[in-house]
Ligand binder design. Structure first.
Ligand code: GRF
Length: 216
């Protein structure tokens, strides 16, 4: 069986993108990154992808009259590259319902909280303001409502009393870089089944061995 062809959408520095690229370098990796696409020509991740020898593209949202035509251009780029699975990695544009439907169960995202808690932006600041003791990150299939969809992998990160949004973000990010490649591998190995709004992992003995600090 060939390797799963993956496209990554970014808007910024691309550290999660880099983690996915690095994981796919392994000789036995079941996936390969065939395209990195950014809506922002200034995204730092573009240079990192190019340095890794990955084809890159820019679809600047500012050049489009509406969301539908922007999404159609992204869709074209992905399909032309033969992409089978799309990974959002800090992609800061909301995708239209049509795009999400067209890529249903083939479109995943990483979010810096334990979903369904703390959807949206500034997750770490809000966790600290609420006095939460734990937070974390989630890889999930994308549905039309932002930061919802079947959960593939999560990691838990304890909150320290002296944490700032930046310090907490840095520790959560370390876990993001572990669970995103893990989720990609599980999908590429054909071990993730989606039943409606729930994803299950074939061969997972117990959820806590695979879904919480899975590599720890
Ligand atoms: C990460 O925190 C990710 O969870 C969120 O956006 C940020 C992207 O960071 N969706 P990077 O560009 O991958 O470094």
């Amino acid at each position: 069986m060939g390797r799963l062809k993956v496209g990554i959408l970014i808007s910024g520095r691309g550290s999660n993108m880099q983690a996915l690229i690095d994981a796919c370098r392994a000789a036995d990796a079941p996936a390969e990154i065939v395209l990195v696409l950014s809506n922002d020509p200034a995204a730092g991740g573009l240079a990192r992808a190019a340095a890794a020898g990955i084809p890159t593209a820019v679809v600047n949202h500012r050049g489009f009259a509406d969301r539908a035509s922007f999404d159609a251009a992204i869709d074209r780029g992905l399909r032309t590259a033969g992409v089978e699975l799309v990974c959002l990695a800090g992609f800061m544009r909301i995708l239209s319902n049509g795009f999400v439907a067209a890529w249903r169960d083939r479109l995943i995202n990483i979010h810096p909280s334990l979903l369904p808690a703390y959807r949206g932006l500034d997750t770490h600041g809000r966790v600290l303001a609420d006095g939460g003791r734990f937070t974390g990150c989630t890889v999930h299939f994308v549905r039309t409502e932002m930061d919802t969809g079947p959960i593939i992998a999560q990691a838990v990160v304890p909150v320290r009393p002296d944490d700032t949004p930046d310090s907490l973000s840095a520790r959560v990010l370390e876990q993001e870089h572990r669970i995103y490649p893990l989720a990609l591998r599980l999908i590429a190995e054909g071990r993730v089944r989606v039943d409606g709004e729930r994803a299950t992992i074939d061969g997972a003995a117990a959820p806590d061995t695979v879904l919480i600090n899975p590599l720890g």
